[in-house]
Design a protein around this ligand. Structure first.
Ligand code: CU
Length: 450
């Protein structure tokens, strides 16, 4: 039997075996494996023979998902433990809705790992929870069978290697897919950030200058380290009494658009009114639905950035409708997916459902900017988030801080800042903000030391 014939046989047998025995390995994976065999010499063929043939070799050729094997693999193992819990949470305009959460917050906690790490994910459903839940992590590459339902009072663990850098959705997979739309659109979604193994790229921003009477191109280089934010877009489809409305979802007729779980959660509040206008009753923005300090973790907050600083925005579209990501007043300096640059200098970037992107932006001028989904229906139903660059209102002076860069005493909202990674600049201060249950808000407070 010549070598070419034996290789074709391996491919044919593998495909037939996969078809007959319901293997999750696809034909293209097998073809890929066969191609790599064909480049090698007789030694490998002998090795396969010595190991007992194809049956024993195949499993090792694909992604390992066995937790004990992965824990011994020499890779860094990151545990990610979340619960699935129903809760009543507020909506813009008053009242509440029947939310479903991971660990008492919407979105669920952000998982941040480095490319090549092992993620050990455990979902626990507390006793008494009215429905089973599941968890599907898009950062994984594994059989969908792992994402099946977990019953109240039970836990389930699976492991995978985070092979590809980027931002990824994770979400409830419902009760073996049944009700998945309801669970996700009621709040059971979150984000995984997989940092590139060799770190993020330096940022180059092109501009122009006048030199010797001529207009010339200039390039500003920024270190890979950046001040980081996370924005996750979704929609709520609700009946008047705050239940999930599947028929509204089927028509893409959303009730509100949410960013990190809240519609218009990043706009000024009554404290900003007072600082800027001297009257907490006088709104400085035309939409301020979460004004009062009595709202505690739900009071709206602003996003503060210094000027001339590299900022990195992890954006994930968790929803059902496209996100036309745009920052009013700015041009997005760079868009990255899977550590590959997709665009440099773009006004808007389209992010489809269950897709993410990393935006690098340097705000050059002090002022007020607005991150929007540039779909007009979504701007006015909640997808407008105000970013204050520098300190255009003299807030630091009014607050009596010596800070020069931006409103340090007010800090940034805790739910808009991801856990730190290898190229993260630390935020001077965080405030408590997010669609957290009261119990989760208390935990968050002690985590943040506030
Ligand atoms: Cu669920």
């Amino acid at each position: 039997m010549n070598k070419r014939y034996s290789i074709l046989s391996i491919a044919a047998v593998a495909v037939i075996a996969a078809t007959l025995f319901g293997s999750t390995y696809s034909q293209s994976q097998m073809t890929g494996n066969t191609l790599s065999v064909s480049k090698t010499d007789d030694d490998l063929m002998q090795k396969i023979h010595d190991m007992g043939g194809l049956e024993l070799v195949m499993p090792a050729a694909f992604a390992e998902t066995d937790c004990s094997a992965l824990e011994e693999s020499g890779r860094n193992v990151v545990e990610f433990n979340v619960t699935g819990e129903s809760a009543d949470l507020p909506i813009m305009g008053g009242g509440s809705y029947k939310a479903m959460t991971f660990s008492g917050q919407v979105p669920g906690p952000t998982l941040r790992v480095t490319q090549g790490d092992v993620v050990k994910m455990t979902l626990t459903i507390p006793e008494g929870e009215p429905t089973p839940h599941g968890n599907d992590m898009h950062a994984s590459q594994m059989s969908a069978g792992n994402f099946g339902k977990v019953l109240p009072g039970a836990s389930k663990t699976y492991c995978y290697i985070a092979q590809v850098p980027g931002t990824y959705k994770y979400h409830c997979s419902g009760v073996d897919v049944l009700g998945m739309d309801q669970h996700v659109l009621s709040g059971m979604y979150g984000m995984t950030i997989v940092d590139p193994l060799d770190g993020y790229k330096k940022l180059m921003v092109e501009s122009t200058d006048v030199q010797g009477g001529d207009v010339v191109k200039t390039r500003n280089m920024y270190n890979a380290d950046a001040l980081e934010f996370q924005l996750q877009y979704n929609q709520l489809y609700l009946t008047e009494d705050g239940n999930y409305d599947m028929s509204a979802m089927m028509q893409h007729h959303h009730t509100q658009t949410v960013v990190n779980g809240m519609a218009l959660g990043y706009v000024p509040n009554e404290a900003h009114n007072e600082l800027i206008k001297g009257d907490k009753g006088k709104n400085i923005f035309f939409l301020q639905p979460w004004n009062s300090a009595d709202l505690k973790q739900f009071q709206s907050q602003l996003l503060f950035v210094p000027t001339g600083t590299h900022t990195r925005w992890f954006v994930e579209n968790q929803g059902n409708e496209p996100v036309y990501f745009h920052i009013v007043g700015e041009i997005i300096d760079r868009v990255t997916q899977a550590n590959r640059v997709q665009a440099q200098g773009t006004e808007t970037w389209l992010i489809g459902g269950s897709q993410g992107a990393i935006m690098d932006v340097v705000f050059d001028e002090p002022g007020v900017y607005v991150a929007v989904n540039h779909d007009y229906a979504q701007i006015f139903s909640g997808a407008a988030s105000i970013i204050v660059a520098g300190d255009p209102f003299g807030l630091n002076e009014k607050l009596g801080t010596s800070a020069q860069s931006y409103a340090e005493l007010l800090g940034n909202p805790s739910d808009a800042v991801p856990p730190g990674g290898m190229n993260s600049m630390s935020h001077p201060k965080l405030n408590l903000h997010g669609l957290y249950t009261d119990a989760r808000a208390d935990e968050k407070k002690s985590e943040l030391g506030i």
